[in-house]
Write a protein that binds this ligand. Structure first.
Ligand code: CP
Length: 331
């Protein structure tokens, strides 16, 4: 039994095979590969795309999704082992995972960081607890990485560019009024390197560099293709000759749990917005964002609504690629 927790756990050939299958299903969406299969979708955080695309995807292949969330009446869960459960949690993840495994064929988990202590959040305890105790495959629906989003992004890029090898990929930090999850940024950097692109990470200061674990994984994969990961705070250098620009905002890891002093740094870098002037420096780059996105804060209307923006394709591809992932796990 294999889980889909992170793309780093999967060989490039297996990921490409899923994307190829997703492209076939994009052309011909209906089938019975998940006939009578059920996926439990556990959302500890909000969602529009993930929730809808998994549910619709399962149904298009003859399966069924059950959506669970604490606000939807689920018992509050405990994720630590060996604790005295005298707090708010009524049920331990051990029982929840085992019982859901008796009803369902897969379990999807969305569990964002708590934004208090990165050393704690980086352990991805909720996802790993489900992977440990479930007797069925577990799918990461975004925790501290977002592998389904990565796959949809690569699929959208391949649809427009074909072979991605050697393309300059720029992951740019953008301003947001709140410090956000690094999950999509971690994922974007890793998948760009894995699929043979030349990654550049553009961020305001050293404090915004991503967790070593993901930078090192990207460096390892980039090195296998003869590249390095370029980390820069220079907007002009980053955008110059870029083939792909991926926009995302995230909070600086050294400020986890102490966000007040981070705010002035973020506020001073509103000019990292993806706009027409910056895009003009690129090699007619494609541009995208995982969504949801604050218009004219992270990216101008003119860029987002341009023909170079593939964000809607990427969002659509979540449906197709997640069907392929579910098929690869239990189909
Ligand atoms: N991109 C993404 O995962 O969207 P949702 O948060 O709406 O699911």
């Amino acid at each position: 039994m294999k889980h889909f927790l992170n793309t780093a756990d999967w060989a490039l050939e297996d990921l490409q095979a899923m994307i190829d299958d997703a492209r076939a299903m994009k052309a011909s969406p209906l089938g019975d590969a998940l006939k009578d299969k059920t996926i439990a979708l556990l959302f500890l955080n909000n969602s529009l795309r993930t929730r809808t695309s998994f549910d619709v995807g399962a149904r298009q292949l003859g399966g069924h999704a059950v959506v669970l969330s604490p606000s939807g009446g689920m018992w509050p869960l405990e994720f630590e082992d060996g604790v005295v459960m005298d707090g708010d949690a009524e049920e331990h993840v051990k029982e929840a995972a085992k019982v859901l495994s008796r009803y369902c064929d897969m379990i999807g988990i969305r569990a964002f960081p708590k934004f208090v202590d990165w050393q704690e959040d980086r352990q991805d305890k909720i996802l790993n607890a489900f992977a440990k105790y479930a007797d069925v495959p577990v799918v990461n629906m975004e925790t501290i990485t977002h592998p389904c989003q990565e796959m949809a992004h690569v699929m959208a890029l391949q649809e427009r560019l074909g072979d991605l090898k050697g393309k300059k990929f720029v992951l740019t930090w953008t301003y947001h009024p709140k410090p956000l999850n690094t999950a999509v940024a971690n994922s974007a950097l890793m998948i760009a390197a894995k699929f043979g692109m030349k990654p550049t990470l553009l961020c305001p200061t050293e404090d915004y560099v991503l967790d070593d674990r993901y930078v090192e994984q990207a460096c390892k994969d980039a090195a296998a293709n003869g590249y390095g990961v370029n980390i820069t705070h220079d907007i002009k250098e980053a955008y110059e000759d870029a083939d792909v620009v991926y926009a995302k905002s995230w909070g600086a890891l050294p400020y986890f749990g102490n966000w007040e002093p981070e705010k002035p740094i973020r506020d001073a870098h509103k000019h990292f917005i993806v706009d027409e002037e910056k895009m003009a420096k690129t090699n007619n780059a494609l541009v995208s964002h995982c969504l949801p996105m604050r218009r004219n804060v992270k990216m101008t209307d003119a860029v987002f609504d341009s023909a170079n923006c593939i964000a809607y394709d990427e969002a659509e591809n979540r449906l197709h690629v997640q069907k392929a992932i579910m098929k690869a796990l239990v189909g």
